[in-house]
Design a protein around this ligand. Structure first.
Ligand code: FES
Length: 359
């Protein structure tokens, strides 16, 4: 058992409750170099470790809901007394989030005491295989690998012709048949992935690598993009339509989730994308090609990609000449655009070979 010297006074219980009323019934204290959240719910005090079991979010800045503390970063919940991870129905979640360390409390003569030495062991969250994407990037030996990403939005059940995807697919085919390269094709419209929820806006440390959504949600398929961009590909060809003067909405959905990659540079000076080349295929019935290409070049450059000279291939009919029926036909039959796309691939592969010293 503990001696009397082990118990530290936290103050008069009535005064403490009044104070906690002003802070949402959660308060962080540091005692003997331990950060602890003191909580109060339905007449019961709690004392647990103040850093979230997930990624270290500050639990005292979260909310207390039905006796569960909700982390402000990615909304994991923990019982305020037992420290157990809970689901959103406020029931124990034994299979997932583990358990926070807890600290014994006692009340004597109206004073609340805590025993820091009586800290229980933290149980870490269960391992999520999606976290494998966090391994250190290391290029595997072999020929140049080309990843094609189509960002055009379409219904999986009703696939239709896409001019940007057409040029991308025909180029990937030539990468295999004429250059003997390994290729992979990913269509964002076929992946189930969640929108970025802007955890970065709460704290730059809340935007983690791998993305906290990837860690929390094993069904989220953004992991395929992370695997492809960070680990597999040497050359990335990205294809997008132009929608109201911008790249496709799926392109932006993906780009926002790539903040987790870029953030590593800002936060930890850790560059995940090195010696990789990106080129772009942009098509639209209307114009604004330069703006779309400009964004892509800036964004992929900020991720760490380099681009060959003449880094994009583009096609549009222009604002007053929009004719979508004809446009599809024009692209499909255009030897010029297919050749241009292939030449973009060749320039990209050439740059990649020189960068990787594979010549
Ligand atoms: S839920 Fe707390 S740090 Fe992610």
């Amino acid at each position: 058992m503990f001696g009397s010297a082990d118990w530290i006074s936290l103050g008069n219980t009535e005064e403490l409750v009044k104070e906690l009323e002003t802070t949402g019934f959660l308060k962080e204290v540091t005692l003997q170099e331990k950060r602890i959240v003191i909580s109060y719910h339905e007449g019961q005090f709690g004392a647990v470790h103040a850093r979230c079991n997930h990624m270290g979010g500050p639990l005292a800045k979260g909310k207390l809901k039905k006796g569960c503390m909700e982390c402000p970063w990615h909304y994991w919940e923990f019982h305020h007394q037992s420290g157990e991870a809970m689901n959103r129905a406020h029931e124990p979640l034994a299979s997932h989030g583990g358990k926070l360390s807890t600290y014994p409390l006692k009340i004597e003569s109206g004073i609340l005491y805590i025993n820091v030495a009586g800290e229980t062991e933290r149980i870490k969250p269960h391992y999520n295989p999606m976290q494998d994407v966090a391994r250190e990037p290391k290029r595997a030996p072999g020929p140049i690998r080309v990843l094609g990403i189509s960002t055009t939005a379409m219904d999986k059940e009703h696939p239709r012709y896409s001019t940007s995807e057409e040029l991308l697919k025909s180029t990937l085919k030539k990468a295999e048949t004429e250059l003997g390269l390994e290729t992979q094709f990913l269509a964002l419209s076929e992946l189930n992935f969640r929108h970025c929820e802007g955890f970065y806006s709460k704290s730059e440390k809340a935007c983690t690598w791998p993305c906290s959504i990837t860690k929390m949600d094993p069904k989220d398929e953004m992991v395929k993009i992370y695997e492809g961009l960070v680990h597999w590909a040497d050359v990335v060809l990205l294809a997008s339509p132009i929608r109201w003067g911008s790249a496709s909405s799926l392109y932006y959905k993906m780009a926002e989730r790539l903040n987790a990659v870029q953030n590593q540079i800002t936060l930890r000076d850790r560059v995940l994308i090195k010696d990789k080349v990106a080129g772009f295929i942009i098509t639209g019935g209307q114009d604004n090609i330069q703006a779309v290409a400009g964004h892509m070049l800036m964004f992929f450059g900020e991720l760490g990609f380099i681009s060959p000279p003449f880094p994009f291939v583009a096609h549009s009919l222009g604002w007053s000449s929009e004719d979508m029926e004809a446009n599809m036909d024009i692209v499909q039959k255009s030897e010029y655009l297919h050749n241009q796309s292939y030449e973009l691939l060749q320039r990209s592969v050439d740059l990649s070979r020189r960068t990787l010293n594979l010549i």
